[in-house]
Design a binder for this molecule. Structure first.
Ligand code: FES
Length: 316
């Protein structure tokens, strides 16, 4: 590794979750609406804290924090951000970020991100979010892994405005629905992969998301891809808000999900997942989140109890 590359990685590694939260907050107003929640969700799914725990003692982190699933960002460098619209620009973003490694860091990380987003040649509003993800990925996986060639970006060629409009469009209603159904027995679409038209399930008004997901006709099939998915695409275990297995990110429709309760707030904090203090945050426990309208969610590839790292259990 050359001196300048080493200096840049060292510079990146000085940024903790608090520093990244400040950068994300500052970038957000300039990020296209299609990727604003995606940006917040990604930094919740791949915190620096998790990276540092794994780097310090992976075996202890796995045991103390009950890590489950694919928790290493290094295992999915080119796909962890597939839920971004900007995912399609990843190869351009990789190249734009690499230019920074030729010289020592010369400004703030936020400025480096903004300059690299402009170098991609893409509308900066669309490149900004995925560029921030690229620097955070580089911080965690190192330059050699970051440089591996990405697979083809298999995303449909949709305009971002169309995606935003589709998210805001009210759920289409049949005449039957309008004549015979009241609000409380309406069903709504919950998408869990916006790139795949089949990746969705129906939830009845007032139904917890995990219950609705478990009633998908092919609910049992998801276990073959992810052993945590015992009933539908959302991993579950306790169904009581205790374990944190069912955490999700909300890309759109956060206001169409039940307002977060004090119990869920307490559980999110105890488990160590980020809670932003709002009534409709983008990180939820799906077994405690009730459908009140359509939404688009993202399912993280891992779960655990990160709070255990600060207070490791006493071992005999
Ligand atoms: S399944 Fe355990 S918290 Fe939701």
């Amino acid at each position: 590794m050359s001196d300048t590359v080493g200096q840049f990685i060292e510079f990146l590694r000085r940024h903790d979750d608090e520093a990244w939260a400040a950068i994300v907050a500052s970038l957000l107003p300039d990020v296209h609406p299609v990727d604003q929640n995606a940006l917040r969700v990604w930094f919740a799914f791949y915190p620096v804290k998790l990276f540092r725990m794994l780097a310090e003692d992976e075996a202890r982190a796995r045991q103390d924090c009950l890590l489950n699933g694919r928790y290493r960002l290094a295992d999915h460098i080119h796909t962890s951000h597939r839920f971004f619209y900007g995912h399609r620009f990843w190869p351009k973003v990789q190249k734009a970020v690499l230019i920074d490694l030729r010289t020592p860091p010369r400004t703030t990380l936020e400025n480096h991100i903004r300059q690299a987003a402009r170098r991609t040649g893409v509308d900066p509003a669309l490149a900004l979010g995925i560029t921030a993800v690229a620097y955070a990925t580089l911080q965690q996986v190192g330059v050699e892994a970051f440089l591996t060639p990405p697979p083809p970006m298999d995303v449909p060629p949709l305009e971002p405005e169309l995606i935003v409009a589709e998210r805001r469009r009210p759920e289409p209603r049949t005449v039957w629905d309008m004549l015979l159904r009241s609000e409380i027995n309406q069903t709504y679409t919950i998408r869990f992969d916006e790139h795949d038209p089949a990746a969705k399930f129906q939830a009845i008004y007032g139904q917890p998301l995990t219950t609705a997901a478990g009633q998908m006709p092919n609910a049992a099939a998801f276990k073959a891809k992810d052993p945590r998915c015992v009933a539908g695409p959302i991993p579950t275990e306790c169904q009581t808000g205790a374990c944190g297995t069912c955490w999700i990110g909300v890309l759109s429709g956060a206001e169409n999900l039940s307002a977060i309760t004090p119990f869920e707030v307490t559980r999110l904090k105890k488990i160590g997942y980020p809670y932003d203090g709002t009534e409709h945050p983008v990180i939820r426990l799906a077994c405690k989140t009730v459908c009140e309208g359509k939404a688009s969610i993202v399912i993280p590839p891992w779960n655990g109890v990160l709070a255990n790292w600060d207070h490791p259990p006493i071992r005999g």
